[in-house]
Design a protein around this ligand. Structure first.
Ligand code: MF3
Ligand code: CO
Length: 278
């Protein structure tokens, strides 16, 4: 037998994929399974990505502009031999997305946006290092937020956590969405469905889409070697969003109530998962 591109994939994994496919489940393409070397590359990218977020965490303060956050991200990333993935991505003009209060995601850093006491901000950092992509975001609370706003931030963080717990070999992507949706509903928050998590690693956005709502036992089979993000956007009010037509990027809640999001890049392992952006 000749040497094939996917010979690195264990026979057991191939057999399980065939089995679940025969039972009518959606299954991943073999191209969604990464080699150990590729995962090592994404892990190294993730180390820089986490370094960026740790730097932002140590520097962020009331009175700072979102453009200053962009400069921190830009300079740290290049100083570490990496490139910020957002920069020039489909025309995005900055190195990081900064999304304040009612901005859901894809906020563009700018010199006029000053962080104020009580604001919440999502800082979404994505890094390309030696060709490998990693992607993670955190929320930061400036000073003290109103209790219900702080709750939103906490539930969004918990939503990422319960989502990651469901990301197990031979489970289904629908389990992840279901866990997130269930948690959000318990707290009378809503889940944004216009944006998803995604495969990541060799490109910024790869297959599959990882929805943050779903049904247990439905959606694509999860197998070892898959690498994807989970990045639930949780809204205080309605789940509906619109895109600012001035800049074509900024995603805002329809009711202009606050939104919160946390994100990690994870790799599925034979016995669970590894967070590559810790
Ligand atoms: N970082 C976002 C994500 O989590 C994507 C941002 S695209 C950009 O998928 F162009 F706005 F940077
Ligand atoms: Co992402």
């Amino acid at each position: 037998m000749g040497k094939g591109k996917y010979d690195f994939i264990d026979k057991e994994i191939i057999e399980k994929i065939e089995y679940y496919k025969s039972r009518g489940h959606r299954v991943p393409k073999l191209s969604m399974i990464k080699t150990p070397e590729q995962i090592e590359g994404i892990r190294a990218s993730g180390v820089i990505n986490t370094g960026v977020l740790d730097l932002v965490a140590s520097e962020i303060h009331a009175g700072m502009t979102t453009l200053e956050i962009d400069k921190l991200v830009h300079d740290y990333t290049f100083d570490h031999g990496a490139v910020p993935a957002p920069l020039n991505y489909e025309g995005f003009p900055k190195s990081v997305c900064t999304s304040v209060n009612e901005v859901v995601c894809h906020g563009i850093p700018n010199e006029f946006e000053v962080l104020e006491e009580g604001d919440i901000i999502n800082v979404d950092v994505s890094t390309i290092y030696k060709g490998y992509y990693s992607d993670a975001s955190r929320m930061f609370v400036i000073g003290q937020a109103k209790p219900r706003v702080q709750k939103l931030v906490d539930v969004a963080r918990e939503a990422l956590k319960v989502g990651i717990q469901e990301a197990q070999p031979y489970a289904f992507l629908g389990n992840i969405g279901n866990a997130i949706e269930t948690l959000a509903r318990q707290h009378h928050f809503s889940v944004v469905t216009d944006f998803c998590g995604h495969g990541v690693g060799l490109e910024f956005h790869e297959e599959p889409e990882v929805e943050h709502v779903g049904t247990r036992g439905r959606g694509m089979l999860i197998v070892p070697g898959m690498v994807f993000t989970i990045e639930p956007m949780i809204n205080m009010g309605v789940p509906d969003v619109f895109i600012d037509e001035e800049d074509g990027w900024t995603v805002v809640t329809e009711d202009e109530k606050p939104s919160a999001q946390w994100e990690h890049t994870i790799a599925i392992t034979p016995d669970g998962n590894e967070i590559l952006t810790y």
